[in-house]
Write a protein that binds this ligand. Structure first.
Ligand code: ARG
Length: 573
């Protein structure tokens, strides 16, 4: 099927072209009509013509008879478009008959690298990684669904000087004990102990330094111990990912160590390009436009004075690899806002070096903090950062309690699975439904509520529609069934359904899952209003079939949308 809005856009474009080829019709959703085209105003100004007659001329030229009930000029020269019920019903039927629910596949598929999650070996995942993981996963799903080729990359922190002390700590603990501690997910304790030996014991410190040298020179036994550390941590991350229900697997791990062999080449090539400068013994690039508070140019350090490489070198090697080996045409960095400047500098240097051509888009998909209800950073009772697994387990436990309290007719056998879907979904939805740049307050009671803009509300809306079919012992009507649209609530619901493809496209192009979340919330609310005003099972004939078709399409759209946000949509709750 063709998207409703693009049909209108195309017809209007042809009409605007008769006045000035290429003039933008400026098509928008409208409060006064279904859609409005505001482009005549700007065009009139440019042509120094009175806007109203110009709008009349465009309206007369527009071939809209088969799609619009009325095309009116209003105010100073807006075109108000009311779609014909016949056209809307036909579009809804076509959407229902389409497995993709009217979402087109990209005509020109991009290769999208999504850099997300990126926890650090032998360190607990914190809420910052939670946000990156949830947002990145939604973006990867949306891009894949739009027909783009998606490469998920988990840029795990698995290399660098801390590994000297971590490996020595592993040796001191004994491999077996270390493996056990790490496998039960006590990553922070492991790291803390290593740190305290390092800070308190000069001989441990010395061993750690030697160990770093051994690691960097590829000493086989050291590499083996390093692999143990990385392997245990990655296995633990996988458990968290499975709990979260995200797409990431260990096949997506492309850690910092992967780029390590490329770092000397990065520095050498920057040198050949004449981009390197010495600063305090470190080798740096000064990309134009970056300055510190006192206005001095800021360096991106690629090689420190001790010969070690900086994060800058690793991120540059990653850009080069993504463009050259993977053929990326878009790179999304789902990384917290504090790293904005570092990433912008890396991108700027990569552009200067020609490793990030203009044809490749690199975007920092930044996000804000997760706050506790007192608006301080979210921490556990003992003041440490909250363990992600604990957070998810608590969500599931609370969801199970909420389900039990509601009673309902949910079979005992599916209670645990539904509690999981609700608890994890609540956490994801609370995150994805807020504008990602903003901080948000982590508040279980609000997140898990069945009312309001929450995950459970949307999941419940879906399950309730499914229960209409269960209760009525009816199957959804065959695809192609046209809704009747005699009632305003039917028409409003139909129109909202037709906005699905547009909402997805907007969410994807702005890297804003909150747009999709907002669309789904409005869809559920529009359905609720429809359901209050329009009996479904009690209606008869064509009206009943049409309403069942609308209800079924709403449920499918909710389920698809939730899936693209990484959420489950249980059939029954
Ligand atoms: N491992 C880092 C952290 O935990 C995040 C890395 C982000 N990705 C990147 N390409 N720099 O803070």
């Amino acid at each position: 099927m063709r998207d409703t809005r693009s049909i209108l856009a195309e017809r209007l474009q042809a009409a605007f072209d008769t006045v000035e080829p290429g003039a933008d019709p400026v098509l928008r959703l409208s409060e006064h009509a279904d859609l409005q085209a505001n482009g005549a105003l700007a065009l009139a100004k440019r042509l120094r013509r009175p806007p109203r007659p110009l709008a009349e001329e465009i309206a007369a030229a527009a071939d809209l008879a088969d799609v619009c009930r009325s095309v009116d000029v209003s105010g100073p020269g807006f075109l108000n478009l009311v779609l014909s019920d016949d056209f809307v019903a036909g579009q809804v039927a076509a959407m229902a008959a389409d497995d993709r629910l009217g979402v087109p596949l990209a005509a020109d598929p991009a290769v999208v690298v999504v850099d997300y999650s990126a926890p650090n070996v032998a360190k607990e995942m914190h809420v910052g990684h939670l946000r990156s993981t949830i947002i990145g996963d939604a973006l990867a799903r949306m891009a894949g669904h739009a027909g783009h080729q998606v490469v998920r990359e988990n840029h795990v922190g698995d290399w660098g000087t801390p590994f000297g002390m971590l490996i020595e700590h592993l040796v001191d603990l004994g491999e077996e004990k270390a493996v056990h501690d790490l496998s039960v997910g006590d990553l922070d304790a492991f790291y803390r102990q290593a740190r305290s030996s390092f800070d308190g014991d000069p001989s441990f410190q010395e061993r750690s330094r030697r160990r770093v040298v051994l690691l960097q020179s590829g000493d086989p036994d050291t590499i083996r111990l390093w692999r143990v550390l990385v392997g245990q941590s990655v296995a633990y991350f996988d458990e968290v990912y499975a709990k979260l229900g995200v797409l990431l697997t260990d096949g997506d791990v492309v850690g910092e160590s992967f780029y390590n062999p490329m770092l000397p080449g990065v520095v050498e090539d920057l040198d050949k390009l004449g981009l390197l400068q010495e600063d305090d013994g470190a080798r740096c690039v000064f990309p134009p436009g970056f300055a510190n508070r006192s206005g001095d140019p800021l360096p991106l350090i690629v090689q420190k004075s001790d010969g070690g490489f900086g994060y800058g070198a690793t991120d540059l090697a990653a850009i080069r690899d993504r463009v050259q080996r993977l053929g990326a045409t878009q790179i999304l960095y789902v990384v917290g806002a504090p790293q904005a400047q570092h990433l912008q500098m890396c991108m700027a240097v990569a552009r200067m070096a020609g490793w990030l051509p203009d044809s490749v888009e690199a975007v920092h998909v930044a996000f804000g903090n997760v706050l506790a209800p007192d608006r301080k950073m979210l921490r556990s009772r003992s003041g440490e950062s909250v363990k992600l697994v604990d957070l998810l387990d608590e969500g599931v436990r609370r969801a199970a309690d909420a389900l039990a309290e509601r009673g309902g007719d949910l079979p005992v056998a599916s209670r645990a699975a539904v509690a999981r879907a609700l608890g994890v979904g609540a956490v994801k939805y609370a995150d994805l439904s807020t504008d990602r740049a903003r901080d948000y307050v982590f508040d279980w009671d609000r997140m898990l509520g069945f009312e309001g803009d929450t995950g459970p509300y949307l999941q419940y809306a879906h399950a309730r529609i499914r229960s209409i079919f269960r209760r009525g012992r009816v199957e959804p009507p065959p695809p192609g069934t046209r809704p009747v649209l005699a009632e305003p609530a039917e028409r409003a619901l139909a129109l909202h359904l037709l906005g699905f493809a547009g909402a997805l496209d907007a969410a994807r192009s702005a890297q804003a899952p909150s747009r999709l979340a907002g669309y789904l919330f409005d869809l559920a609310a529009t359905f609720t209003a429809f359901y209050e005003q329009c009996p479904v099972l009690k209606a008869e004939g064509q009206v009943r079939a049409g309403r069942l078709a609308l209800a079924d399409l709403v449920a499918r759209t909710l389920a698809r949308g939730l899936d693209l946000l990484g959420m489950e949509a249980p059939q029954q709750m």
